[in-house]
Design a protein around this ligand. Structure first.
Ligand code: XIL
Length: 462
């Protein structure tokens, strides 16, 4: 777990820079989004606008995900709190950011019995139908051209064995409310895929059979529908069904895309990881399964946080479930290769002739396994002073903080530090650079008087 700090000394006039670099293992994708893209799919997450200022959250969001779903910001209560008066600012924040980052957006959701504004909850009949149509038109028009897939109607079927529609104020406006919503959405945004989205439809059962029959009927009658979303909220009471893949496939065979839209699986460790892997496998096995969205980033972001159902822990560290999803997608966690490539760039100024015998001792078996970190340094030194730039690299696991120790020659002192706090010659991360992804790195530096350090920096991870 050591890298040698290479220093060249030539009396009092010394200048040297040496960097020991590790070449990456392979070209396999190292993020969920990139790995899914290599399989022609997106990998998305639900996003809450108010969390975007959290740099751990947004860092993971930018790095790992190629699609976003506003978790609450596009719902009826959020977008039309007062009838006829639309409020898009939170959803716009998410959408504009996603578009700028090249991420797809899943719109969620235009018509739903839940999270309606109070004025709509109190409506019925023709007034409600008209209000629903106006809502779908306004919101889908506002986002026209920016939405990959819309959940046009959410959760319209009842649980249990009846296969009936869920009773709701919308359902009571007439059985055709769903197709009206789809036709209205198509007219407002012809470019978006239009999805029906539900839960407890992940395996074959009375509820999914009823949705299946509706989709079949819509296709037969030319009602515009392009996709079916399977929420896939799993836990001990509602586990991943054995016929998950077969169920996705039978919907796909109707001529619609299928998407896993709100995936979360309560649990931990290898059992959770195995369930996640099975979901990914099922999606990859169904050609028309074109994307997976997890319902939040860290466990602490989840709507059911106590079940720790997501891919990152509360500190933003990837869990076993993350690694299994990435592997199942054909990606790999970044880790340094066994062969180190050494590119010492020696710049000497003022010109003195030095005969550096550079023999860095790099152990090729270094940080391929386990957590921890390594530090490499490049040094610029002159008569009486020096600047050291230190690169901190995480090992095979993400770290959430680091401390680097440097041995200073006697008489030398650190006078200035950036991107770290110094206590003597011990350097600790600052708030924004403590978290380093597995195989990732961050840099800090310090300046000093006297002669430059000549010992190997140590790195301790937290
Ligand atoms: C949930 C959100 O995650 C919560 O923040 C909110 O309080 C309630 O709604 N099915 C859906 C999602 O379609 O919109 C729900 O999201 C979770 C269940």
């Amino acid at each position: 777990m050591r890298r040698t700090l290479i220093l060249l000394t030539a009396g009092a006039v010394t200048a040297a820079a040496a960097v020991v670099a590790l070449s990456p293992t392979a070209n396999a994708a190292t993020t969920l989004g990139a790995a899914a893209a290599a399989k022609n799919r997106y990998f998305g997450t639900a996003v809450a606008a108010y969390k975007l200022s959290d740099t751990v959250y947004s860092g993971i969001l930018n790095r790992e995900f190629t699609s976003v779903t506003p978790e609450n910001e596009m719902k009826w209560d959020a977008t039309e709190p007062t009838q006829g008066s639309f409020s898009y600012s939170s959803a716009d924040t998410i959408v504009n950011r996603a578009v700028a980052n090249g991420q797809k957006v899943r719109g969620h959701a235009l018509a739903w019995h839940s999270q309606q504004p109070p004025w709509a909850q109190n409506m019925s009949g023709t007034a409600l139908r008209t209000a629903m149509v106006n809502h779908v038109t306004q919101v889908a028009t506002h986002y026209r051209g920016k939405i990959d897939s819309w959940d046009v109607v959410n959760e319209a079927f009842a649980d249990g064995s009846t296969g009936a529609r869920r009773d709701s104020n919308l359902q009571r406006t007439g059985n055709d409310w769903i197709e009206v919503a789809f036709r209205t959405a198509r007219a407002a945004d012809p470019g978006a895929k239009l999805c029906y989205n539900d839960y407890n439809t992940d395996g074959q059962n009375a509820k999914s059979n009823a949705v299946y029959a509706m989709v079949q009927d819509f296709k037969a009658r030319g009602v515009p529908i392009d996709c079916v979303g399977f929420q896939s909220h799993f836990n001990a009471q509602s586990p991943l069904p054995a016929d998950y893949q077969a169920n996705l496939q039978r919907f796909a065979d109707l001529g619609v895309d299928v998407q896993i839209t709100e995936l979360d699986i309560e649990g931990s460790g290898s059992a959770q990881a195995a369930s996640y892997a099975a979901v990914v496998r099922a999606c990859l096995a169904v050609t028309r399964c074109n994307g997976i969205t997890v319902w939040g980033i860290r466990d602490s972001d989840s709507w059911r946080a106590s079940g720790t159902p997501l891919l990152f822990d509360g500190s933003g560290n990837p869990k076993a479930a993350y690694t299994s999803v990435l592997n199942e997608l054909g990606g790999t966690t970044p880790s340094p290769s066994g062969s180190a490539s050494i590119s010492p760039s020696v710049s000497v100024s003022p010109s003195v002739s030095v005969s550096p015998s550079v023999s860095p001792s790099v152990s090729p078996s270094d940080p391929q396994t386990g957590a921890g970190c390594t530090a490499t340094a490049s040094v610029n030194a002159w008569n009486g002073g020096f600047v050291v730039t230190v690169k901190v690299t995480a090992g095979a696991a993400r770290i959430s903080g680091w401390t680097v120790g440097v041995t200073l020659p006697s008489g030398s002192a650190v006078t200035n530090t950036w991107n770290a706090t110094a206590s003597g010659s011990t350097f600790t991360n600052v708030s924004y650079n403590g978290g380093v992804a597995a195989g990732g790195s961050t840099e800090f530096g310090f300046q000093g008087t006297g002669s430059a350090p000549s010992a190997t920096p140590t790195c301790t991870a937290r």
